[in-house]
Design a protein around this ligand. Structure first.
Ligand code: GLN
Length: 544
């Protein structure tokens, strides 16, 4: 597209959790399918400098970018939908904005001025929003404003948006996402909360251009016109967004509602190519019309909160579609697993994935799950802490190191088979200080990993402080656990495999961050395929 970058803002009203991230990603997908270049960024109103230090119970998974930023999980959706990597620049929090402004103040950059929310904080927000646009590679920058309009903490963001809209005129557009609640007693959808939410936005000086209305039921006749009349928008710009069977349906539903066309025309773009969604539709077909079924166990300590393992769940779904199989995930609470109940808990599962994590809680259950997978030859994928637990389990039960552990869990173990990385030992700050982002890895010839990736050199994203203790490399190798992937610079072990097992892979990195609809991750594809081929261990079917 010729001409200047267009800025699209996505705000939310009425309640939180309406799915701004999915709507943003779906719109981006539709624009991308028409041949435009698009990126999406998320503005988060909380004071944490990034979500890296947040407990998953607070905010779900922390998504890690190629360049090592710890970010909001919505960036995962952006990447999975668009198949384009995001970066540090795609996520900013109030904490980061203030940190930047305060550092500038300390450096004397404000030349003696009183530093204030307007203009200094809003200028910093505007600079951040436009940084992606200035790269000159994107036709569209979609900015998702976190939180709900009316929240105290999101006020500076809405104000920055108002100023940008004023300055850029036709190059800016606002989409407001609201909820149409359904009253069961009268069988009606109600528009009043939407009207009030738009009023709230108007009181902050922002007229939305497009309204996307989340609803459980089809909108009644005349409802779009009514909302349009009360909210000063075109009836065609009132978009119905029904609850979807899967998030991957949303782009097609938004296409049917012509969201992308309305947005393009409102931004003054009246001629544009048709959308090519062949690949997307093909993925959906394989996803929705599976030829088989497979039961996988996901062992972790946050299983009551599925968002904590968002990227893993999606990567498994992608791999399910790639194998044309319906994937059932059994969420297994690692804290509740022990030597006594493990066989019953994991019975009937044809693949076991042990999740990443930090700290001691649930660790022994993970070790038991791995012992079960190893002894029963059930396909196993261990990710980060999951791989470290596989090393601990092997140390204890095969090599006979009774107290083998990670020094993260037991600093005094006589067998520190997982230990803190050398460069981590002097670091005191917790935020942004782990080994983060993409690092290279060399895979050994003849290994399972090599056949899965189909090449020797790979890179994958990381987020950890501890590593396989290389003092134990030989002992492990002799007993049948091989380090088949090594980081060429630091000699860190990145992949371990078991010789006497059909499919047992532990990875120090996080392959889940790289899996997209367009390119499901080979490790997940291989894992699901192995699960499909595996004979399910005796004890009948998996518990639901
Ligand atoms: N806690 C482990 C470490 O810091 C594993 C981290 C993870 O699973 N992401 O090394």
């Amino acid at each position: 597209m010729t001409g200047s970058t267009k800025y699209i803002f996505v705000t939310g009203g009425v309640t939180s959790s309406l799915g701004k991230g999915i709507i943003s990603a779906s719109l981006a997908k539709l624009l991308q399918a028409r041949g435009f270049t698009v990126t999406i960024q998320k503005l988060d109103p909380y004071i944490n400098v990034d979500p890296g230090t947040l407990n998953p119970y607070e905010h779900g998974e922390c998504f890690v970018t190629e360049d090592g930023a710890e970010t909001d999980l919505d960036l995962g959706h952006y990447e999975r939908f668009l198949d384009v990597p995001t970066s540090k620049a795609n996520n900013v929090t109030t904490g980061r904005i203030y940190q930047n402004v305060i550092s500038k103040e300390r450096r004397g950059e404000y030349l003696g001025k009183t530093v204030q929310v307007i203009p200094h904080i809003t200028d910093e927000i505007k600079a951040h929003i436009q940084a992606l646009g200035r790269k000159g590679i994107y036709d569209f920058v979609i900015t998702e404003v976190g939180g709900t309009v009316g929240d105290i903490e999101s006020l500076p963001y809405v104000e920055a948006m108002r100023q940008l809209k004023w300055a850029k005129g036709k190059d800016c557009l606002t989409i407001h996402l609201t909820l149409l609640p359904y009253l069961g007693t009268t069988g009606e959808l109600k528009t009043k909360p939407t009207q009030h939410s738009v009023k709230e936005l108007l009181s902050l000086g922002v007229q939305p251009d497009v309204l996307v209305c989340r609803t459980e039921h089809p909108m009644q006749k005349g409802m779009k016109e009514k909302i349009a009349l009360f909210c000063n928008v075109d009836p065609v710009a009132v978009i119905e967004s029904r609850d979807a069977e899967t998030i991957y349906d949303v782009p097609l539903m938004m296409q049917e509602e012509k969201l992308d066309e309305v947005v393009l025309r409102k931004l003054g773009i009246n001629s544009f190519p048709d959308a090519d969604l062949t690949h997307w539709k093909d993925f959906l077909r394989r996803y929705k019309e599976p030829k088989s079924e497979v039961h996988i166990g996901l062992v972790g300590k946050y299983v009551e909160l599925k968002d904590a393992y968002k990227s893993i769940k999606e990567a498994l779904e992608h791999a399910g579609a790639a194998n044309e199989t319906r994937l059932h995930i059994k969420w297994v609470h690692s804290e509740k697993l022990n030597a006594k109940n493990v066989a019953k808990q994991l019975a009937g599962l044809s693949g076991i994935l042990v999740a990443p994590g930090f700290g001691n809680r649930g660790i022994e259950g993970k070790v038991e799950a791995i012992r079960y997978a190893r002894e029963n030859k059930v396909p196993f994928l261990g990710i980060c802490l999951g791989m470290q637990c596989a090393v601990i389990e092997f140390g204890r039960n095969v090599l006979g190191y009774a107290d083998a552990n990670s020094t993260e869990m037991n600093a005094d173990t006589t067998h520190p088979v997982i230990a803190m990385m050398e460069e981590q030992k002097t670091i005191a700050d917790k935020g942004g200080t782990m080994r983060l982002g993409a690092y290279p890895c060399k895979i050994s010839e003849g290994s399972l990993a090599r056949s899965i990736y189909g090449r020797k050199d790979i890179t994958e994203r990381h987020r950890h402080r501890y590593e396989f203790n290389n003092a134990y490399l030989d002992a492990y190798k002799q007993a049948g656990m091989n380090a088949t992937g090594i980081n060429p610079q630091g000699k860190l072990v990145e992949i371990v495999e078991l010789k006497e097992h059909p499919w047992f892979v532990g990875v120090q990195f996080h392959p889940e961050y790289r899996s997209t609809v367009a390119r499901p991750h080979p490790l997940f594809i291989g894992f699901v395929q192995a699960a499909l081929n595996a004979a399910v261990p005796k004890v009948a079917k998996a518990e639901a």
